[in-house]
Design a protein around this ligand. Structure first.
Ligand SMILES: [Zn+2]
Length: 80
């Protein structure tokens, strides 16, 4: 057990623009907006970071401008 290990709540910034352009395009278009309750509206101003051992891409909804968050699972950044 690692019970006394504090959760690292600090965001670790990652370079979204270092990703493959095709991959960037996909992340920017394959979105879910909580505010619009609609898929695939797209996001702008993407920021990528790591938190709680997961990768997040956060941007603004192209339609309403509210924050859009994409959570990447292990599979998404596995090269295989
Ligand atoms: Zn929206």
């Amino acid at each position: 057990m690692m019970i006394d290990q504090k959760m690292n709540e600090k965001r670790v910034p990652r370079d979204f623009h270092a990703r493959d352009p095709e991959e960037q395009r996909l992340f920017l278009t394959d979105t879910w907006c909580d505010h619009c309750q609609q898929l695939g509206l797209g996001m702008r101003d993407p920021e990528e970071y790591e938190l709680f051992g997961m990768i997040f891409i956060e941007g603004k909804c192209c339609r309403c401008g509210e924050a859009v968050l994409t959570e990447l699972t292990e599979d998404d950044f596995d090269d295989e």
